[in-house]
Write a protein that binds this ligand. Structure first.
Ligand code: ASP
Length: 336
């Protein structure tokens, strides 16, 4: 019988109402899970659950928790067939992206899930998300970090939270869903990452100083000049469309030049969830290219942020980080 390790980090799935709103409560989710017969059915995979402490609303997730989850997967890697990470939806796409890089040469399923309504409440989506994620983890057909939500299995580092209140809370705008949970669990085999042949290892992340700037009409770039110090290792700029910035492409130049002089890696992503950045396609993006910015291609901002943390934590110098940001490491981007 397959054996699954559930890592419970927090999130709505196990929350209960308090005077200040929903919050996680130690032991509560396990108590509720014990009332679900399906989880103890003869034909259901065996599972153990490790509850992290403190349980968090995922808005409070930091690199420390990412390292903790990755370490726990590392410590339990040989003892289980797959892993399910129960997580709040708000930053689940960031954690999924981070784990996809941190878990090097992964050859087992790691499925992140959660819910929009707590397991203990009526009409909760938690039951299906939990049960289907355990089944996907036990089938062992994926060898990568995935996110399961609302009937769909997605590559984790391609996801973004799309809806604050719908049951289909996540989308994978630039990569098709890996599998559907209908009457059967139906995979698109061609889309899955091949199992890695190298030795599995956990790469812990360091708290690398990085930033994200979202451009908007009328943005006063000088206001951002003060964050462009030599301390800043990398910055993701969320631009319009295919990589365009306001001011005929020149307004950002003083701060971009400052960043380049300081050795900060500048990565250009798009505010459009779907499609890719092509630097130099328009006059308004040529300046970024000329200043040495790299294209995030069709990567999500979540994946770009996680990848910057990862590459700098691997000890890569700025030139190597730039080259790798444009290369596909874990299926997070479609190379140009
Ligand atoms: N604020 C919650 C969290 O991210 C939302 C959720 O889980 O749906 O932990």
């Amino acid at each position: 019988m397959k054996k699954i390790c559930i890592l419970y980090t927090g999130g709505t799935i196990g929350m209960t109402k308090t005077e200040k709103g929903y919050a996680p409560k130690p032991g509560y989710l396990r108590q509720k899970m014990e009332t679900i017969d399906d989880l103890y059915h003869d034909s259901f995979p065996a599972w153990d659950m490790i509850e992290l402490s403190p349980l968090l609303d995922s808005s409070n997730m930091t690199i420390r928790e990412w390292n903790r989850v990755a370490d726990l997967i590392g410590e339990n890697y040989d003892a289980y067939d797959g892993f399910v990470v129960l997580h709040g939806t708000d930053t689940m796409a960031y954690t999924a992206s981070a784990l996809s890089f941190m878990l090097e040469n992964l050859a087992k399923p790691v499925i992140l899930t959660g819910s929009q309504i707590p397991l203990s409440e009526i009409r909760s989506d938690a039951r299906d998300n939990l049960i289907a994620s355990i089944l996907f983890a036990a089938e062992g057909r994926v060898n990568e970090v995935c996110l399961y939500f609302g009937g769909r299995l997605m590559r984790g580092n391609r996801t973004t939270k799309y809806s604050a209140d719908g049951f289909g809370a996540f989308r994978s705008p630039n990569y098709p869903y890996l599998a559907d949970a209908g009457i059967d669990l139906r995979y698109s085999d061609m889309l899955l990452n091949a199992p890695s042949k190298g030795a599995f290892a956990v790469r812990r992340l360091e708290s690398v100083p990085i930033g994200v700037i979202k451009v908007f009409p009328g943005i006063q770039f000088e206001l951002f000049a003060s964050i462009m110090t030599e301390k800043l290792k990398g910055i993701v700029i969320e631009t319009f469309g295919a990589g365009n910035i306001p001011g005929h492409g020149d307004a950002l130049l003083p701060i971009i030049k400052k960043a380049a002089a300081n050795g900060t890696v500048i990565v250009v992503c798009s505010q459009c969830p779907q499609g890719r950045v092509v630097l130099g396609a328009y006059e308004t993006s040529s300046a970024l290219k000329a200043a040495g910015a790299v294209s995030g291609g069709d990567m999500t901002t979540e994946a770009a942020v996680a990848k910057l943390y990862y590459l700098f934590s691997c000890g890569c110098d700025a030139e190597t980080v730039k080259a790798k940001m444009e290369a596909d490491l874990r299926g997070e981007l479609t190379e140009a």
